[in-house]
Design a protein around this ligand. Structure first.
Ligand SMILES: Nc1nc2c(c(=O)[nH]1)N[C@H]1C(S)=C(S)[C@@H](COP(=O)(O)O)O[C@H]1N2
Ligand SMILES: [Mo]
Length: 373
């Protein structure tokens, strides 16, 4: 008899064939990993429990008293820091909008089988912690180090590969003051909730969620680019559905996106919105990991014509989403409301899906069906 192996229970990545609906495995993931209820776009800082959650494996048991963050590899002095030592560093607070790289995946056709997000895998929090650069300075990064590898305390198996959750960032980006990378121990002024990384997580402003390693327990400085699963197998943009040798481009910064808090009231099952004729205020948030949002446009005819919305300036929080609003004059009938953001670099949102095998960085415009009666 053959030895049992984790491969027996951990299937390769798969694209759903035409007509295959969301299955029970995807439902189980969706029930564990929830999104932002879109009406919560009204809050600049997402209230506790409404920020989206994505956990690949299990939320690990964490004992804050016994927790140590180790820093090793190519450093002058290896460190083992408890939470008191980390709190002794100067603290900073940064308002950061975080979005899962898989946001929009379930709308793709064909659909990559994974966490089936629609458009709601986003949230904004005030993260407090130590700038990563200060901790690495205390350890003394050796000149031959090119990347820092971050390890979480969670463990699992994914597509046959047993692993700790692990991601890297390049140097000097990881330690630069401009990049704003934090080792965070608080979210919105309180200890991190278990699902968001208690007691420590990395925060990488402007990057998709996978970079923000939760339950952070180790940082290792290495002299070659990290090739772990979450770096070089997962989170790559591969355009072709069936070329196994395509290494793809790495997923990094968040593509621009605007979302609307759906107006009026919803039907329970279809979530189609009901509004009455006359002026309807439309509002939401828009963000880009490449810089500020310069323009938000709204369409009431599914993208045929667009009107400019008002957008707030980024102000004191360059890594957080910006509010937008406009007034739409509703007339009786069925409508599809659409909104799109353009950032200061001219990056915008497509009306047709930008497909890739993992369903990453998909910033197709949101479409909100509305009935005016
Ligand atoms: N250790 C660890 N860190 C992790 C993950 C994980 O599964 N394990 N998921 C990542 C992904 S894919 C996302 S989108 C964000 C989600 O962060 P949140 O749950 O706090 O919103 O955490 C990232 N950090
Ligand atoms: Mo994610």
């Amino acid at each position: 008899m053959e030895e049992a192996s984790v491969r027996d229970i951990s299937a390769p990545a798969r694209i759903a064939p035409a007509g295959e609906g969301i299955g029970q495995e995807e439902l189980a993931l969706a029930a564990r990993n929830h999104g932002l209820p879109l009406e919560a776009l009204r809050y600049e800082v997402t209230p506790p429990g409404l920020h989206y959650v994505l956990v690949h494996y299990d939320i690990p048991a964490a004992d804050a008293d016994g927790w140590r963050l180790t820093v090793g590899g190519l450093v002058d002095t290896s460190l083992s820091l408890d939470l008191d030592l980390l709190r002794a560093f100067p603290a900073v607070t940064r308002r950061v909008t975080m979005e899962c790289a898989g946001n929009g995946r379930a709308l793709l056709s064909p659909r990559p089988v994974s966490q089936p997000w629609l458009v709601e895998a986003v949230g904004t929090a005030d993260w407090t912690g130590v700038p990563l650069g200060l901790v690495l300075e205390a350890a003394g990064v050796r000149p031959d180090a090119v990347e820092a590898v971050f390890t979480g305390a969670d463990h699992g198996v994914e597509r046959g590969v047993e692993q700790d959750y692990r991601r890297s960032l390049p140097l000097p980006y990881a330690t630069g003051e401009d990049s704003g990378v934090l080792i965070a121990y608080a979210m919105n002024g309180r200890l991190l909730p278990p699902q968001h990384g208690y007691p420590l997580r990395l925060v990488v402003p402007g990057w998709y969620g996978m970079a923000h390693v939760k339950w952070l327990r180790d940082i290792t400085l290495v002299d070659a680019p990290f090739t772990g699963f979450q770096q070089s197998v997962a989170y790559r943009l591969r355009r072709s559905a069936d070329d196994p040798d395509d290494p793809g481009e790495p997923v990094t910064r968040i593509a621009p996106r605007a979302l609307m808090a759906p107006p009026g009231f919803p039907d329970f099952m279809s979530r189609t919105r009901v509004v009455h004729p006359g002026p309807v205020r439309l509002a939401g948030r828009a963000w880009s990991g490449h810089g500020a949002v310069a323009r938000v446009e709204v369409s009431a005819d599914d993208g045929l014509t667009w009107a400019a919305a008002e957008v707030t300036a980024p102000g004191a929080h360059p890594w957080a989403w910006q509010a937008w609003s406009c007034v739409w004059t509703a007339v009786p009938g069925r409508h599809t409301l659409t909104v799109r953001a353009t950032d200061t670099g001219g990056r915008t949102q497509p009306l047709e899906q930008p497909w890739n095998r993992g369903g990453f960085a998909n910033n197709l415009v949101q479409r909100v069906p509305v009935l005016c009666v």
